[in-house]
Design a protein around this ligand. Structure first.
Ligand SMILES: [Zn+2]
Length: 141
């Protein structure tokens, strides 16, 4: 009796956009980093929400940002918490501070994990993980 389940490679879960984050993921699929920018006070914010966390205005526009920022903080994962990441350890999970101000959780890629430092300049890259799904990640600028 064939055990097909054992032969299947574990899959990484894909993002499940909330109503507030759909535009973010649609932009990412087109390799554009877009975040909300308030029409009233001009501030950017992330993660997406229905109103500006600075002034509570509900008038905002999805705006493309530079994709440049710096590593605010990071950790190196050495342990496999999900079987789909077995080939990826060690990897970096970092809080990236965008040039425009907001911080986002992501990965730093394209550099040995022991060379990642706080305040390191980074720029966005897009990892096409499935058809129509890309994850914004960051690499040294
Ligand atoms: Zn505002």
């Amino acid at each position: 009796m064939a055990d097909t389940a054992a032969a299947e490679k574990p899959q990484k879960p894909l993002p499940r956009p909330s109503p507030e984050s759909v535009p973010y993921w649609e932009a990412a699929a087109r390799h554009r980093l877009e975040i909300p920018r308030c029409n009233a006070c001009g501030n950017y914010w992330f993660p997406p929400s229905a109103s500006c966390p600075h002034c509570l205005s509900t008038h905002f526009a999805w705006t493309q940002v530079s994709g440049r920022g710096k590593v605010f903080s990071f950790v190196v994962f050495h342990r496999v918490y999900h079987p789909a990441w077995e080939g990826d350890v060690p990897y970096v999970v970092a809080l990236i501070e965008l040039e425009e101000g907001p911080r986002m959780l992501s990965n730093v890629v394209g550099i040995p994990v022991d060379q990642v430092t706080c305040d390191m300049p980074v720029k966005v890259v897009f990892d096409d993980v499935a058809s129509g799904v890309a994850l914004p990640k960051f690499t040294p600028a």
